[in-house]
Design a protein around this ligand. Sequence first.
Ligand SMILES: O=C(O)CCC(=O)c1ccccc1C(=O)O
Ligand SMILES: [Mg+2]
Length: 351
Amino acid sequence: MSATVTLEPFSLPLARPLTTADGTIDRREGFVVAVERRGERGVGEATPLPGWTESRRACEAALERARDLADGEGLDAALAALSPRETPAARHGLALALADARSRRAGVPLHRYLGGTRGVTAVPVNATVGDGSTDETVAAALSAVEDGYRALKVKVGARAVEEDVARLRAVREAVGGGVELRADANAAWTREEAREAVAGLADLGVAYVEQPLAADDLDGHAALRGGPVRVALDESLVERGAATVLDSDAADVIVLKPMALGGVDRARRIARRARLSGLEAVVTTTVDAVYARTAAVHLAASLGDVPACGLATASMLAEDLGPDPCRLEGGALTVPERKGNVPANGGSTGA
Ligand SMILES: O=C(O)CCC(=O)c1ccccc1C(=O)O
Ligand SMILES: [Mg+2]
């Protein structure tokens, strides 16, 4: 059945640029993808992040092809034509628009539509602390704990290993033992640096180190496991594919970015497979706008009982595409309970 797809470009500056070992993110650009089918409207978001997804240009070209295909052959054919490996952001955008429309028609919130059955009303989240001096890092950590966060993810790998270990030590001393600490190296370290780092972080009670080594180095990651600091993989899922990572012994935890994995539906399937293999699944964003970010909250809620997720990225944006329907309460984001993904009026009142 023929259906209308519309694409609206956007460009959002960050208020707090995120500095990682892999560079600084200071703006997010993409497309709002809207579908209209049998009078039902659904809204999705395609926000490519080069290095993690296709380029903006490739994303736009893929979405334009999908729009033309939907016009003749319908939305399912258009979605099937979008490759989750080649153009994950484009597929994410159209898949979310469809899921939003269908969950609205069914009168259920997106997390129920995705298959969540438990009454999850909030998702625990980590604060994201970018690279910075020890003083800056401690200040950001203390401010996050003051805001109620019980888990902090600190970016590392942009400076010498001993400096990063000193930053984490200063954070641990400042926030005390009751806060979960994680470190994300964004693939910056050599095997030797990673061994040094893990040894230094071990007695600081760091729960896991995210992507210490190059994305393709599954053997290196496997060899790092087994100590008190667990190993999480993020970039490796994009580089090697989720199935390869899950079939390896390289990770204790996998980090799921729906935008980089081709949609919340794809990310959910990977999360469930990971759990069956005894891995933990953490849902995060690529610093997305409100539609993709909220969808990732629904995804985490649909999984039930998730560890703290990297979904508290709204405050990095200077502007957004609409009001945030989630509130931070006690280190967790509230899950929207109205039908669909983001409530049509921004979620301020009513059902
Ligand atoms: O997980 C989080 O806390 C926030 C998301 C985040 O860190 C991130 C955001 C954009 C690109 C890469 C990453 C990453 O996890 O490496
Ligand atoms: Mg990461």
